[in-house]
Design a protein around this ligand. Structure first.
Ligand SMILES: Nc1ncnc2c1ncn2[C@@H]1O[C@H](COP(=O)(O)OP(=O)(O)OP(=O)(O)O)[C@@H](O)[C@H]1O
Ligand SMILES: [Mg+2]
Length: 263
């Protein structure tokens, strides 16, 4: 009797252990589901763009962004504001590169954080304010970060960016070696390379940080008009009065007073 009692106890313990393992497994599965959910915003294809609610950011005891609200959806979205008003900082928030803000910043309904950056960058391409060049030719620089670009597309973009002058052979132009230190390039040329690179990454959302700053007005407006037709969601940070008038301002950042907002 004593012997079977021990066996009964052992069987009961094993049974409990198995039950614990099953619930533990379920628990882990749910945690994994949560993580997968966070990394796959495509599950919510009905929600698009960026949504900002009360986004506030302070650095070194100084408020850089104060209560920013707005939605950046399909079409052309202009973000405007004086120099130092926090425009580039706001772009960093959109990409999950600046996490220390309060309020809510969502990308396609998902809270933006560093964990989401890789995903955001798989759907969003950015032409930064300070472009970085790589050593190589103009073609290497334009194709940096892009996949499967055909030569015709590449030449179309080179033409759009105004690199081809009359009589220049596009192939020879693309083979031009870029001086990485940049001494042989103007600010506008660097900026056009950054814009071309962002276009050739071929993502549904394109963010341009001050694309018009170093370009002549005609070239800048031609590029923006083309992009407005060819990009699903275009976000442009600019001071340009004509662009603001033409497309309206989605988010206006104000340096001194409480930052505001318009949707
Ligand atoms: N990492 C940081 N630490 C402290 N202050 C910062 C940091 N990044 C930016 N700032 C400050 O935040 C403010 C906004 O900078 P930001 O570059 O976002 O402005 P901006 O609107 O893009 O300006 P510009 O039109 O000149 O490009 C500036 O005063 C800047 O000095
Ligand atoms: Mg800036």
């Amino acid at each position: 009797t004593l012997f079977t009692l021990q066996l009964h106890l052992l069987a009961g313990t094993l049974f409990n252990l198995q039950a614990h393992l099953i619930s533990l497994n379920d628990g882990i599965k749910y945690i994994e589901e949560d993580i997968k959910e966070q990394y796959h915003p495509k599950h919510h294809a009905d929600v698009e763009g960026f949504t900002l609610t009360g986004v506030t950011l302070a650095k070194d005891n100084r408020t850089i962004l104060n209560n920013i609200n707005g939605q950046l959806m399909s079409g052309v979205n202009i973000i405007s504001g004086k120099s130092g008003a926090g425009k580039t900082t706001l772009i960093n928030i959109l990409l999950g590169l600046e996490e220390s803000h309060t309020g809510t910043a969502l990308y396609r309904g998902h809270r933006i954080s560093e964990a989401l950056t890789e995903h955001i960058l798989s759907e969003v391409s950015v032409a930064p304010q300070k472009p970085v060049l790589v050593s190589g030719t103009l073609e290497d620089n334009l194709l940096y970060g892009a996949d499967d670009v055909c030569q015709n597309r590449l030449k179309e973009i080179v033409e759009l960016l105004g690199f081809t002058r009359q009589g220049t052979d596009a192939d020879a132009l693309l083979a031009t070696v870029i001086d990485v230190a940049g001494s042989g390039l103007s600010g506008g040329e660097r900026q056009r390379i950054a814009i071309g690179r962002a276009i050739l990454r071929d993502k549904p959302t394109l963010i341009l940080d001050e694309p018009t700053a170093a370009l002549d007005e005609r070239t800048a407006h031609k590029i923006v008009e083309w992009l407005a037709l060819h990009t699903r969601n275009l976000i442009i940070v600019t001071h340009d009065e004509k662009l603001k008038k033409k497309y309206g301002i989605k988010i206006e950042l104000n340096e001194t007073t409480a930052d505001s907002v318009q949707v």
